[in-house]
Design a protein around this ligand. Structure first.
Ligand code: EPU
Length: 456
């Protein structure tokens, strides 16, 4: 193979990838150890939280992924100094000189991430106004921001839609509010928290998301001086305070990355120790992993996942908000399900368009049928949404190599797993998307014994 990667350090130059595609010789089990660091879906929000203080915050276990770079860039144009600390993965964020950014600087970040929307509350508190460019993120559905804007309006913010984005002001300040989310949205819960902590008075948030990453963000805000209590039944009460100080915090591990490597171990009949993974935040995943026929062993420093031999079994899963089976876990697991004997069903209830990755798997030989309107009406814990999409996976089907293009972050990782599982050679292109959320994925693949080369 051309450009065969044999040097882990070269492969480790992950973010700002120097290649667009990866050619994989499949059929080898992945075996070895990978490290997971802080969760993408916490670290980026924790960085925004630093903007709420005028002090210095220290965030540890920050992965080198492109979403972190985007948020870092946004913070820097608002006057936050971001430097590396002494520890590997440590960032120091100094928010003592926050300033308004120029429109052109902000606009340069348009379309690169969804995190800018979370700058609203902190910027309103610090500067009295915020400008948010058109948002990016994975194309997995409409991904509207109506819950965010409605919540901000409840606090007294005024939202003005401009051709290139949204301008938000708070002419009469931000005041504690009643916020009832139509759905326990992760982002809208974070929006409410980041706004309420310094709003005047008490905020009651109902139907809040309670994902572990949200709890970690609440822990950070509490360290900064916020008063937040998590009540039963998805209610969060926030008593606003005038000022907050900086924080020192080690980010919660990335359970999405851990579940991805676990699925890769299962699909390739491998054995992978995921250092840093913790049982308490993965229990729903672990149950399904076991039901499918995977083995795991929880250790103090991580979790070992492996295929114990024998047949894999089909499962029926409905994705859900926490503590349900995460929407981000289904794509990598689907590849393992193509190897199970029988019919599995994944019912996606969080996003309306999260089976875009399936066409590549079909091209590689998988028997997957997507039903746009779902299959059955099942009762659920949280208010029903008008999203009904199901994928029916019938296995086992041998996968063969093919040329495929990454559609989104988690779908992209599932393409890598499929290529590793398939016999023959596959080229996976547009892999830059994967580096949005997977630190040094090519170095980790190399460490696990994958055979691949990179191009372009
Ligand atoms: N929604 C609305 N209006 C809103 C906000 C959300 O209708 O104003 C809908 C969305 O369209 C979606 C659902 O509510 O159908 C859930 O969206 P949510 O707000 O919970 O998701 P998010 O905050 O945009 C985060 C993660 C996602 C993860 C989801 C669910 C980040 C940066 N992203 O997205 O992660 O899938 O929560 O847990 O935290 C990923 O890591 O690949 C990823 C997509």
């Amino acid at each position: 193979m051309s450009n065969l990667i044999t040097d882990a350090r070269r492969a480790g130059a992950s973010v700002g990838l120097t290649f667009d595609s990866i050619t994989i010789e499949g059929g080898l089990p992945l075996s070895g150890e990978v490290d997971v660091r802080g969760a993408k879906n916490l670290v980026t929000k924790a960085m925004v939280a630093a903007l709420l203080s005028e002090g210095r915050s220290v965030l540890r276990d920050v992965p080198d992924i492109s979403d972190v770079r985007v948020v870092r860039g946004l913070l820097e144009i608002h006057g936050v100094t971001v430097t590396k600390g002494v520890e590997d993965g440590e960032l120091i964020l100094d928010a003592s000189k926050v300033r308004s950014a120029h429109f052109a600087e902000i606009d340069a970040h348009a379309g690169s991430s969804r995190i800018p929307i979370l700058f609203c509350g902190p910027l309103l508190h610090q500067l009295g106004e915020a400008f948010i460019p058109d948002l990016g993120g994975c194309r997995i559905g409409d991904r509207p921001i109506n819950f965010h804007l409605d919540a901000l309006r409840n606090f007294g913010a005024v939202v003005e839609k401009l051709p290139a984005g949204i301008r938000i002001t708070a002419p009469n300040g931000l005041h504690g509010a009643q916020v009832v989310l139509p759905y326990p949205s992760v982002g809208a819960t974070e929006q409410t928290l980041l706004t309420a902590v310094r709003a005047e008075g008490v905020t009651e948030l109902r139907n809040a998301a309670i994902e572990p990453e949200i709890m970690d963000l609440i822990a950070i805000l509490q360290k900064m001086g916020a008063i937040i209590s998590v009540e039963p039944n998805r209610v969060i009460l926030i008593e606003g305070v005038r000022t907050l100080s900086g924080y020192t915090h080690r980010a919660i591990f990335d359970r999405n990355e851990a579940a991805s490597w676990a699925s890769a171990a299962l699909a390739t009949q491998g054995d992978v120790f995921v250092k840093g993974a913790k049982q308490e935040h993965m229990m729903t995943f672990l149950n399904i992993f076991r039901k499918v026929g995977g083995s795991f062993n929880v250790r103090e420093d991580g979790i070992r996942f492996w295929h114990p031999g024998g047949d894999l079994k089909p499962v029926v899963i409905e994705t859900d908000v926490h503590p349900g089976f995460m929407t981000d876990w289904q794509q990598p697991l689907v590849v393992a399900l193509t190897q199970a004997i029988g019919t599995s069903i994944i019912h996606e209830t969080v996003y309306e368009n999260r089976f875009g990755f399936v066409s590549a798997l079909q091209k590689m030989g998988a028997d997957i049928v997507v039903h746009p309107h779902g299959l059955a009406d099942t009762p659920r814990r949280v208010p029903r949404r008008d999203l009904e999409q199901a994928a029916v996976i019938t296995g086992p089907t041998p996968l063969h190599g093919a040329n495929v293009e990454v559609p989104d972050l988690r779908g992209g990782f599932s393409h890598l797993i499929a290529a590793l599982t398939a016999t023959g050679r596959s080229t996976v292109s547009n892999v830059g998307i994967i580096s949005r959320g997977y630190e040094n994925f090519e170095g980790k693949l190399l460490a696990l014994g994958a055979r691949f080369s990179v191009d372009g």
